[in-house]
Design a protein around this ligand. Sequence first.
Ligand code: DAH
Length: 346
Amino acid sequence: MTEQHSLITALRELQARAESELGAITDLQQLEEWRIRYLGTKGALTMALKDLGTIPKEDRPAAGQTANTAKRTLEAAYDRHLAELRQAALATGLSAEAIDITLPGRRPQLGYSHPVRETLQDIIRIFGSMGFSVAEGPEVEWDRFNFELLNIPEDHPARDTMDTFYVDVPGGIVLRTHTSPVQARVMLSQRPPVRVIAPGRCFRRDQEDASHLSYFWQCEGLAVDRDVTFSDLKGVLASFADQILGCKVRFRPHHFQFTEPSAEFDFSCLVCGGKGCRTCKYEGWLEISGAGMVHPQVLRNMDYDPAVYSGFAFGMGPERITMMRYGISDIRLLNANDMRFLRQFA
Ligand code: DAH
């Protein structure tokens, strides 16, 4: 066998080996190693091309042609394989990140109001229809508004039933024990006629039990004008009781420092319709809260002349109304934030 033949044969074998190895390559890393092995500056084909100069002149054209064919073929094969691998990588990537648009979406959870909120909304709506607007006051209140202006002097025993959280500063600050201070705020800021309700949160240093919370809602009501009488109070509250729960009202004599005369008012029991049952402790009635005619001293404190103006006021517990409405036996459930309980009102 002559020398030129052996170089040509070697080149052809080299090409065949390179092609068959290339066929088995499945990733870009292997492909790069293959390129360096055959087509790199120190690769097998490059080395073989260098040998061209050492063979006899007459054999060079044939050997050169074989070498060039091998080089072009392998370079083209390399380019094709590279493109194929890139295409495959892209396809795998796309299918891994694919979003299945036929999959049903996850529903966002819809919120809903707390049952006490619902009651407050109803209270606001019903009194709104009777001409009452909504007033607000701060939850952190001056002693003067919470007590003094409402005719509850510093040493008065009425304060004992409303023990609260005091801040010892000049003037005295309390977490308000009731919404009644809003009465004072409204009357000091406007002249009669006054017709407002004031829903809001209140605080007391009370031991919590099935019917007491240390923070709770109240809704105050106040109407001051010429010739306002106790029968106006009865009429307004009777209409309210009927509209909100379909109940009747009853008034019992009571004492509050800021009203004269004062009363407590009850709703007829929804559970037994007034006949007497366990919920109402066989009374047929459930206490809702206090009411009365605004005390002349309170009117004077606001610079309203009691000889000209009179008014009624009331304060009720929205939690109590909510409990009656749904037959809830423990008030603490309303503040516990337990979803198993709250979901029932969705
Ligand atoms: N503020 C009283 C309390 O928390 C409730 C109350 C009674 C409010 C009589 C009134 C009222 O407006 O006239 O116990």
